[in-house]
Design a protein around this ligand. Structure first.
Ligand SMILES: Cc1ncc(C[n+]2csc(CCOP(=O)(O)OP(=O)(O)O)c2C)c(N)n1
Length: 698
């Protein structure tokens, strides 16, 4: 028996591209049959998922690609530049088989074995793939449409590497994304089109239109007959359409579209009609399709059509075709058994592995404490410039950050210094900003996107959650080290519901993101530099009031100044009560502590500096020493990060407490504009002071 794990090779393009030789078509046919056989095998007893008796089936999910195989495999054969990138979705297994993922690995994935692409963590059809000198399949998402903007990031990275970095080996590389007809209604699809078309990025989108999104027919997704009709007036996008059951038309169209994208012909959208020969998944028996529709689907099976083409055009006979089918079925069976027997089981300790990069040693130096104090805004700007000078892969972008230097002036002057390819304005799509950053980070660049205000991260939430879990989902094969800068909180004139949101607790709840929330200029520099040199995604929260506020100014700490994440700072020592806080809370607490010191009471203030990871040791040590703790934060109270801290203190330092753990936080409402309402809602110095008085008297 051959070793299918090792012997499985990526498909190649035909040696005679104008008229592919029979052997090439047969390689497509064979692999299409492997895919078909795998899908069919997965629905047989012993494999088929069973709700009633989960132990009976080897699988928990089955998503069939029957009907989609041939176009995907032709695309895979043409995707052969060593720097090509691909965005895929859950119906892309034929494509994966084409680019070199073996049936053994595919089965190990759906059986949730360690040899699978996620080490047993993810649904086995949510793929990722890296191979030296071959196509990179970007970590896919279970979110429909989430594959588009990361692929855009890959395409933009190609453009950056060829034009700015002059890396000639990237010339001719492209990003290809596959997607279903339903996905053309998603934000990600439109965000992608709006980014790739004005910039002529080398990207191909192949829409596999099977006329249904789960049970919902196409007419609910798009107002034209197909998305292609609606896109007719879209400038900068080449549109083509083809039937997946016509191999003689399919191959030249894919060949020419991919070649055009490789040759500066700009973005291409290929619309391929395919039948979905089964339900959406193993549970769906398609009761919503008419008998006639079902018959029509069967009559349009691209695999049967390819068999006919091989017979008619290449003289392949029925015996040869049925021998191939039998051999491929055997191959699928062998791979399935091998995956079940040898795929490997993870240990319980694996569940929490690979959420973050392995800890790296940080070379810590003392900050320079001499000279003129600079604002936090200026300090971040200087740090970005220094790091961009050092590392040519850093790209800074977002709404208004380029020409104008950002609405907070944090990126002021960076575009004129580093050029438009490295510091640029983006389209108004937060999904596009974060999604493309993910693709760039996976590509090896170091993106530093800005979300203009915390509230406006809402449209990017899907990409943010997926970026956080990317390392874990791929069992540590991929990482997305991007630094997502985000202004938070109120400013000098007060607040409002849209520009003054903090919301760090929402992010702290998402696995995989580190979160920095500095309270002064020196810490901001140290943490930003560490973030820019690390291997994890980092949310870098910059408080708007502190951008220019005198209390947050510090001498510039130095060009190599780094601060480790998870190391709190004692900003004021004391023994009567402890305040644990971060960001602007540090300054509110400092003012309250100064007032209390006038009466002889000494409050200690611990500035967490980073929320994930946070310095649990320092918190518990201080609580044990002082016995009274108040948590102060500007985020809303319920399920705020203070609740987490209070639970940990209660759970791990209960016997040291001389008083309840209390919190001073924002009320559970949005930030109001009116000054009276604002004071009533915010954790003001007065409220911190009064609660400390109560705590000290307890
Ligand atoms: C953001 C999001 N919404 C809903 C779903 C549930 N869902 C999974 S597949 C699917 C239909 C997608 O249809 P289409 O893009 O046409 O691809 P097809 O399954 O037909 O290949 C839906 C609604 C999801 N996974 N992600």
């Amino acid at each position: 028996m051959p070793n299918y794990k090792q012997d499985w090779q990526p498909l190649t393009r035909p040696t005679t591209p104008d008229a592919p030789e029979a052997g090439w078509w047969l390689s497509i046919y064979e692999r299409a049959w492997v895919s078909r056989a795998m899908d069919e095998l997965e629905l047989t007893k012993g494999y088929k998922p069973s709700r009633e008796n989960p132990a009976e089936g080897r699988l928990k999910f089955q998503f069939s690609a029957r009907g989609h195989e041939v176009p995907q495999l032709i695309a895979a054969a043409l995707l052969d530049h060593p720097h090509d990138g691909a965005g895929v979705y859950y119906r892309s297994r034929p494509f994966m088989l084409g680019i070199g993922l073996s049936p053994f690995e595919c089965f190990a994935s759906v059986m949730h074995k360690t040899a699978g692409v996620s080490g047993g963590r993810d649904i086995g059809v949510v793929f990722n793939h890296k191979q030296p000198g071959g196509v990179t399949v970007l970590p896919a998402s279970g979110d429909v449409g989430a594959q588009y903007t990361p692929a855009v990031g890959w395409a933009q990275s190609i453009a950056y590497r060829t034009s700015r970095m002059q890396q000639r080996d990237w010339d001719g590389a492209i990003a290809l994304t596959l997607g279903g007809d339903g996905s053309t209604a998603t934000n990600g699809f439109w965000a992608a089109l709006n980014i790739i078309t004005p910039h002529n990025y080398p990207m191909v989108i192949m829409i596999e239109d099977n006329a249904y999104a789960l049970t919902v027919p196409l007419r609910y997704q798009t107002s034209g007959r197909t998305v292609i009709d609606n896109l007719a007036s879209f400038t900068g996008l080449s549109l083509t359409t083809v039937d997946g059951w016509k191999p003689q038309a399919l191959y030249p169209l894919l060949r020419d579209s991919l070649a055009a994208a490789r040759d500066n012909g700009g973005p291409q959208l290929i619309h391929v009609r395919v039948p979905r020969l089964t339900g959406h998944n193993f549970q769906d028996s398609q009761p919503y399709k008419s008998k006639q529709e079902l018959e029509q689907d069967m009559a349009r099976d691209p695999l049967a059509a390819l068999a006919g083409y091989l017979r008619d055009e290449y003289g392949v006979n029925d015996v040869q075709l049925s021998d191939i089918e039998a051999a491929m079925r055997e191959q699928a069976r062998f791979a399935a058994e091998a995956a079940w027997e040898q795929g490997g089981e993870p240990g319980p300790e694996d569940a929490t592995r690979h959420l973050f990069a392995p800890p790296a040693a940080i070379k810590q130096t003392a900050p320079n404490s001499e000279g003129q104090r600079v604002t936090m805004q200026a300090a971040i700007n200087t740090c970005l410039a220094e790091e961009m000078e050092r590392d040519k892969t850093i790209l800074v972008f977002g709404e208004d950050v380029g020409r104008s230097g950002g609405v907070h002036r944090v990126t002021d002057g960076l575009q004129s210094r580093f050029g438009e390819e490295r510091v640029f304005d983006t389209s108004l799509s937060e999904e596009g900003i974060v999604g493309r950053a993910v693709g760039m980070a996976v590509n090896g660049l170091r993106p530093v996107p800005e979300i203009q205000f915390r509230k406006y991260a809402d449209p990017a939430h899907e990409q943010i959650t997926d970026a956080g879990t990317l390392r874990w989902r791929t069992n540590g094969r991929f990482s997305a080290p991007l630094v997502l800068r985000m202004p938070v909180g109120y400013q000098r004139m007060g607040g409002d519901p849209w520009h003054a949101v903090c919301g760090e607790a929402v992010f702290a709840h998402l696995p995989g993101w580190q979160i920095a929330y500095p309270s002064n200029a020196a810490d901001a520099v140290g943490l930003l530099r560490t973030a820019l040199r690390g291997d994890d995604p980092v949310l870098f929260l910059e408080h708007r009031y502190l951008y220019e506020h005198a209390a947050a100014r510090r001498p510039y700490p130095g060009t190599d100044y780094l601060l480790p994440f998870g190391k709190a700072a004692t900003v004021r020592a004391g023994h009567d009560a402890l305040v644990v806080t971060w960001g602007d809370g540090v300054h509110r607490a400092a003012e309250a502590a100064a007032l209390l010191a006038e009466g002889g009471q000494e409050v200690e203030i611990l500035d967490l500096r980073t929320i994930v990871p946070y310095d649990k040791e320092a918190v518990l040590e201080a609580v044990q020493r002082i016995g009274k703790a108040l948590i102060v934060h500007e985020d809303n109270r319920t399920c705020g990060f203070g609740a987490e801290l209070a639970a940990v203190i209660a759970g791990e330092a209960f016997s040291y407490l001389d008083a309840p753990v209390w919190r001073v936080t924002a009320e559970d409402v949005p930030v109001p504009c009116n000054d009276i309402l604002f004071e009533a809602m915010m954790p003001t110095t007065r409220k911190v002071h009064d609660k400390l008085v109560e705590l000290l008297a307890f």
